[in-house]
Write a protein that binds this ligand. Structure first.
Ligand code: NAD
Ligand code: ZN
Length: 553
């Protein structure tokens, strides 16, 4: 049985098995073995010689022996040969004793990578002369891939590496391992990360690992929910989170219904809301019933808006599943839907009974969404919590690999930062909540000018923080070494510091149209020191324009 302490990377040569495998081993503190190198070391014979003297069958026999031996070693990452999955015996052994991950890539990527790594040794080298010989390596790779696809697809998990760096691919492997093949599940007691105190009362933000199913139902009972519960979740998270929520509520003895809407910002509209109102009406939802939002910020904002307005307000619980939703949107009571002219134009302040954050949900969040979420989390540290920045700097790798305890603590700490600000400035009146806008002035401009699909919000905020730091330095507020420190941090979390393919002038124009700008003079959040953002006005326009231009890559 797979005891969770062994990972086999399989797939075509050129998909990055060795480089990624080494990095995965480093992230987990395990050993790394390249299968072909292992065979060479063990036999003292080069792969080419084995093929020449013993034929392919000789090599395959040695491959079976190698996999047999390696499958008894613990804390091991193995990069398998390109053909290893085709051997039934090897395949069965690997699947039974470890997590098998296929690294996939398009033929063009494979061809380019193989060319870049020519001279490398290994059984795959046997393929390379063929590639060179027929002069059309893409076609050759494509047909070889097709032949092998059936076997690669039997892996536990597949990662497409075309657009990933080695580092990013390694993180994806570690996340797959946490999700599918981890040795022990660690179910933490939910941490009371924070209490948000607002005019209408106080509510807790509970954060833990693997807590959704064990906790949601009983927490609803504890919060006094006695009626029926209606889950609103997006189509990407119904499995497993929507269903887990449903089971949990059912086990607690409460009646439960579930509505799924198509995932994505396009659903955050009055049209979707009215379909859901209709559903609630058909179910004869009453004021003592409750709505549970399961999903990212879109589910939270949409379900929150519906809870705020249906019957002039019914109970709401937030179950955020994206990092953005965990550290940002689920806390603070802002709910909204978009209008065609602008995002979040129709909404209400409406707070939940509680927020239940199961950090383990991040293991299924797509990598880019995870990285953009770190953008907001880094912002919390940089503008408001210096200790968080220390953690980000010293433990970036473990965080990106979603090490359960550490990630749970860090998400909880982020929730606490947001909760503190919201408690002190519930309705954005004292200016404190403004500090959460660090990086957002230029960030919003980039998002709007580039089109919302080009840069995700957290990526635009990263570019905006870079701009704000440089501008703050030019304005004489932000120390130079802090600008540098922030740049390193953004890099480590895989976030952009500059933009391409957008005209600086259109960013500046979008910035001047921003609703917050129209209301008066632009407010800027600058860092005076780490964890200490301050609001400034009266920043000269030419300085702003110059900074925005220099942010172009
Ligand atoms: N209310 C606020 O204070 C506030 C603050 C920030 C952002 N927002 C809003 O939040 C939205 C952005 O949030 P978001 O980035 O979470 O967007 P999202 O809800 O669209 O989620 C991003 C994507 O990730 C998927 N997803 C979420 N959790 C997942 C998981 N655990 N596993 C796999 N897939 C998962 C979603 O289905 C979606 O495709 C925007 O509409 C924004 O306006 C609101
Ligand atoms: Zn933001």
């Amino acid at each position: 049985m797979n005891n969770g302490s062994r990972i086999f990377l399989v797939g075509f040569s050129g998909a990055g098995k060795s480089a990624v495998g080494r990095r995965v081993a480093h992230l987990l503190g395990w050993e790394f073995v390249d299968q072909d190198e292992y065979i060479v070391e063990r036999s003292g014979i080069a792969v080419e010689r084995i093929f020449a003297d013993e034929g392919e069958e000789g090599f395959r026999r040695r491959e079976r022996e190698a996999i047999d031996e390696l499958s008894t070693r613990d804390k091991l990452v193995v990069s398998g040969g390109g053909g290893v999955m085709l051997q039934e015996e090897c395949r069965t052994t690997m699947l039974a004793t470890g997590l098998v991950v296929t690294l996939d890539a398009r033929p063009e990527t494979i061809s380019a990578r193989l060319q870049a790594s020519q001279g490398e040794k290994g059984a795959e080298g046997m393929v390379r002369p063929m590639l060179a010989a027929d002069g059309n390596s893409n076609n050759r790779i494509e047909s070889l891939k097709r032949e092998r696809q059936w076997a690669y697809s039997l892996a536990d998990w597949t990662i497409t590496t075309d657009r990933l760096s080695v580092e990013q691919a390694a993180h994806e492997v570690v996340r797959a391992w946490r999700r599918v093949g981890r040795a022990t599940t660690w179910e933490s007691d939910p941490l009371l990360a924070a209490t948000v105190t607002v005019e209408t009362g106080a509510y807790p933000v509970l954060v833990g690992w693997d807590i959704l199913e064990p906790q949601l139902g009983t927490r609803l009972l504890a919060a006094g929910v006695a009626g029926r519960v209606f889950i609103i979740c997006d189509s990407n998270v119904i499995h497993p989170y929507g269903r887990a929520a449903q089971r949990s509520i059912h086990k607690a003895g409460l009646e439960v219904g579930l509505f799924t809407f198509p995932a994505g910002e396009a659903s955050k509209t009055l049209d979707t809301a009215s379909v859901i109102y209709q559903w609630l009406a058909e179910q004869r939802v009453e004021r003592r019933d409750a709505i549970v939002a399961v999903g990212g910020g879109v589910a939270g904002d949409l379900a929150g808006f519906i809870a705020a307005t249906y019957l002039r307000g019914i109970k709401l619980v937030q179950v955020p599943t994206s990092l953005t939703a965990m550290v940002d949107s689920s806390i603070g009571g802002k709910t909204a839907v978009d209008l065609p002219v602008a995002k979040n134009l129709v909404g209400a302040f409406y707070h939940p009974e509680f927020v239940l954050t199961d950090v383990s949900a991040l293991t299924t969040l797509p990598g880019r969404a995870l990285r953009e979420g770190w953008g907001e989390a880094l912002k919390h540290g940089l503008a408001l919590d210096a200790d968080l920045v220390d953690i980000y700097e010293s433990k970036a790798d473990s965080l990106m690999a979603l090490e359960p305890r550490l990630t749970t603590e860090v998400v909880a700490r982020n929730a606490a930062v947001k909760a503190r600000i919201v408690t002190e400035d519930e309705r954005e009146t004292s200016g404190l909540r403004m500090l959460l806008n660090y990086g957002h002035t230029i960030g919003h401009g980039v998002e709007a000018a580039a089109g919302y699909n080009e840069y995700l919000h957290g990526e635009a905020v990263a570019i905006g923080m870079t701009g704000a730091a440089r501008l703050g330095m030019a304005f004489g507020v932000t120390p130079a070494d802090l600008v540098e420190r922030q740049a390193l941090l953004l890099k480590r979390f895989g976030l952009p510091e500059s933009y391409t393919d957008v005209e600086p002038e259109s960013i500046l124009e979008s910035m001047s149209r921003d609703k917050k700008v129209l209301a008066g003079q632009v407010s800027w959040v600058f860092l005076e020191s780490v964890g200490h953002g301050v609001v400034y006005r009266g920043v000269p326009q030419d300085l702003i324009a110059e900074t925005v231009r220099e942010l172009r890559d």
